[in-house]
Design a binder for this molecule. Structure first.
Ligand code: GLC
Ligand code: CA
Length: 550
């Protein structure tokens, strides 16, 4: 059995990874081509975001056909080659299953719209409350109403995301059997990992107006969610103990995650939760500019760490993915401490209790692109909110400022492979612009430089394999209310890890309360940590991993 606690996962957004045929879009052959690079990093799994047939309104999270590969990404043969070549290198594939909704071009939805009752019942159609008034006041996560009116039916269908992403009706047993069948199809191709997209939204509760919010309390962690996950587990991946799974949990509660990712609950191996990434929001409102709240960030992460451990449940730990801005731009420094801060942020995540995820380019310290014009943006959510913000009365410049911080396109620019044209991503015109700093930030430079961010990530991945305490240790926050330091301890079988991070540029002397002479340094982002007895002198963004064996 694969022990996912010892593993690291590398996320690939194929469209922006590597293009082999010059059409400006990354493809599956591109992933195969870069397997040796990924192997060098030492990771165990590659999570590939959706490459199934799709109109690409939401870059593949709108699936038209779950059984075939979008020709823009390649063919089934390309997929099989990738799987084989990855396997040769000891790397497994994790596929991204989008089952909360389909594309409106999916045959099921096409038939539903054509009036086929069977398929209509695959989705959620409802009468309006009155002419022109949708069934509920719920909002789509991409802006606007979550209901779309179909005049021929005089009914609305639910779409929690884009109008082209109608929600599936999981209360219909046939739907549940269909999705399990899709999972088994990919299992038969040797796939050993699955990520389930926004999976805690699949069980809808009451359809009522929300007078307190946007409706999410009615469908998040809904009434039958645990039943449906256990059933999916039983009908598909649960039959192969080698498979690891992760659920993307939108606005979830920790109590539900104890079950989703509980060691004995027969649901999923682990969960992504996002509360720690809303510390630069105003409540749930993402489209604002506020500085990040460090204390909140730490409180949330520690709260989840400690309580998931107490309930024998497992976290996925991460800063970055294709929906989040680049972490070095967000919580670190794009300037002179770019390298130190990127390494520090990596340390915080990789030494926590959980399975770490690295998002393509994070291991190079890639930054936000700093787009300044709407023509540079591609993401449906960003385009919608650019309009909505101005409708709310913000001027165009303010809308740009917000987008440049929060847009999902911040992480979707092409991977910077070399200092050549288009960062070596494509010989054609990239579907989204390359970030300008590729001449200095690129994989070719960093794979050759022993002191690079890339090689630091490589060390972190290797440490997890070597020291059981990283994979299995408990978690004890150290000086948790400190306004500048992120420190914690891990313990396992007489091994102790002591992880210290200065989250800011400001230097500081800190009494760590330990006799540091008893420890050895496993990794650090400065040549030599400095301390006088228990007082550590921490330089800008300094990060140290101490270890001792009792
Ligand atoms: C998830 C995906 C995101 C997508 C959304 C709808 O949050 O990560 O990219 O837009 O689900 O499928
Ligand atoms: Ca291509």
């Amino acid at each position: 059995m694969k022990d996912f606690r010892k593993c690291t996962v590398y996320q690939i957004y194929p469209k922006s990874f590597y293009d082999t045929n010059g059409d400006g879009l990354g493809d599956l052959q591109g992933v195969t081509r870069k397997l040796d690079y990924i192997k060098t990093l030492g990771v165990d799994y590659i999570w590939l975001t959706p490459f199934f047939v799709s109109p690409q309104k939401d870059n593949g999270y709108d699936v038209e056909d779950y059984y075939n590969i979008d020709p823009r990404y390649g063919t089934m043969e390309d997929f099989e080659t990738l799987a084989r070549e990855a396997d040769k290198r000891g790397i497994r594939l994790m596929l991204d299953m989008v089952f909360n909704h389909t594309s409106s071009r999916n045959q099921w939805f096409v038939k539903a719209l054509a009036g086929d009752e069977k398929y209509k019942n695959y989705y959620i159609f409802k009468k309006g409350q009155a002419p022109g008034v949708p069934p509920t006041n719920w909002e789509s996560k991409f802006g606007g109403s979550a209901w779309e009116y179909v005049p021929e039916m005089d009914e609305y269908y639910l779409h929690l995301f884009d109008v082209s992403q109608p929600d599936l009706n999981w209360d219909n047993e046939e739907v549940r059997r269909e999705v399990a069948k899709v999972v088994r199809f990919w299992m038969d191709k040797g796939v050993k990992g699955f990520r389930f997209d926004v999976v805690n939204l699949i069980s809808k509760g009451e359809f009522k107006d929300d007078d307190q919010g946007d409706g999410r309390r009615f469908y998040t962690d809904g009434p039958n969610i645990h039943k449906y996950l256990k059933e999916l587990n039983e009908l598909s991946f649960g039959n192969d103990t080698d498979i690891i799974t992760v659920g993307e949990m939108s606005s979830t509660s920790m109590e539900n995650c104890f079950q989703y990712a509980g060691a004995d609950s027969h649901e999923l191996s682990m969960v992504f939760s996002f509360h720690h990434l809303k510390v630069d929001f105003m409540g749930n409102e993402k489209w604002v500019l506020v500085p990040f709240d460090f204390k909140k960030l730490k409180d949330i992460l520690f709260d989840w760490q400690v309580n998931m451990a107490a309930h024998n449940a497992w976290n996925a730990v991460f800063w970055c993915n294709h929906d989040q801005p680049r972490v070095v731009s967000r919580f670190g420094d794009e300037g002179i401490y770019w390298k130190e801060s990127a390494k520090m942020l990596a340390t915080v995540i990789h030494c926590l209790r959980g399975t770490p995820y690295i998002y393509q380019g994070e291991e190079l310290g890639m930054t936000n692109p700093g787009f300044t014009d709407i023509s540079q943006y591609r993401d449906v959510e960003s385009l919608n909110h650019f309009k909505i913000l101005q409708e709310k009365g913000l001027n165009e410049q303010c809308a740009y400022d917000i987008l440049s911080v929060h847009s999902r396109d911040n992480s979707r620019t092409p991977v910077q492979w070399t200092d050549e044209e288009n960062a070596g991503f494509t010989t054609g015109t990239p579907w989204i612009q390359v970030t300008k700093n590729y001449k200095t930030i690129n994989a070719r430079q960093q794979t050759q430089d022993p002191d690079s961010i890339f090689n630091y990530y490589r060390s972190l991945v290797a440490l997890r394999k070597k020291y059981d305490v990283i994979a299995y240790g408990d978690i004890v926050p150290v000086d948790p209310h400190h306004p500048q330091i992120f420190a914690y301890e891990r313990n396992y079988n007489g091994q102790q890890l002591f992880v210290v991070n200065n989250f800011y540029k400001k230097e500081i002397d800190w009494n760590c309360g330990k006799d540091l002479n008893e420890y050895q340094v496993l990794l650090s982002n400065y040549p030599q940590p400095e301390h006088r007895e228990q007082i550590m002198h921490l330089r800008p963004y300094e990060s140290v991993i101490y270890f001792r064996q009792k």
